[in-house]
Ligand binder design. Structure first.
Ligand code: ZN
Length: 246
């Protein structure tokens, strides 16, 4: 199997501005995720962040990316529309997209979903249990029946997303809410996975099970089809002889 090229994208602002976040992720959340992925076989990993030129997502970088992971929160509006369009085009052409946590409100996720992607939230460090509701899916391999996180931010339904192709995880929160915490879609030739955990003030991206899910999702989202798949608009001739009209 050929190497999967992964680009881990992060807004990378909270880690520079808040000591509480910096203490958990001294090199940024992207480096915590990338450091894990670099240790896994068959993955070639790079990172990109908002404040790099073109947000680190040049035409060249995207052309060399099979799967893009996305974490953003406070600066969604600063992502240039031109770059969002570029990422969308690459997804439609087969690049996988993994959207993490507050990335639900990113321009690219809303762009791909076509809905508001709004949800309910609360930050009181309550317990979350992510139930695996699709135990035969590639994304849940190696997991038990659930993942338990002792302290998380709560996200609650209704989550304004289009009906997913597959729901992978449903979360229960100590405060009583539930949430579709893992869900997949297909857009063009591209596979998309949304994964809820990952609030910046909790060490979620140091949790081995969370990292395993991200790794599984990377492998799942990498385009396995033929590059020759044609999804362009085209006028075509009939395959059969059709009766001519007088
Ligand atoms: Zn959060």
């Amino acid at each position: 199997m050929s190497t999967i090229r992964v680009t881990v994208w992060n807004e990378f602002r909270h880690e520079k501005e808040k000591d509480a976040v910096k203490s958990i992720y001294p090199d940024g959340m992207h480096e915590a995720i990338a450091a894990y992925l670099r240790q896994q076989p068959g993955l070639a990993v790079r990172t990109a962040t908002l404040d790099e030129p073109e947000h680190g997502l040049t035409e060249e970088v995207l052309a060399e990316t099979d799967v893009l992971t996305w974490w953003g929160h406070a600066a969604h509006a600063e992502v240039q529309d031109e770059i969002v369009d570029r990422v969308q085009a690459r997804i439609l052409d087969g690049m996988g997209l993994i959207v993490l946590h507050s990335g639900h409100f990113s321009k690219i996720f809303k762009h791909m979903m076509g809905t508001s992607c709004a949800l309910k939230w609360r930050e009181v460090a309550e317990k979350e249990r992510l139930w695996v509701v699709n135990p035969v899916h590639p994304i849940t391999q190696g997991l038990g029946p659930y993942i338990e996180l002792p302290h998380t931010e709560m996200y609650g339904e209704p989550f304004d997303i289009p009906t997913p192709d597959k729901v992978i995880f449903i979360s229960w929160f100590a405060g009583g809410e539930v949430f579709r915490s893992g869900a997949t879609w297909t857009r063009g030739k591209g596979k998309i996975f949304y994964f809820r955990p990952g609030h910046e003030t909790f060490p979620i991206f140091h949790n081995p099970e969370i990292l395993k899910v991200i790794e599984n999702a990377v492998r799942w989202a990498a385009f396995a089809g033929s590059a020759a798949v044609d999804m362009s608009v085209a006028k075509v001739e009939p395959l059969e002889d059709l009766p001519t009209q007088d």
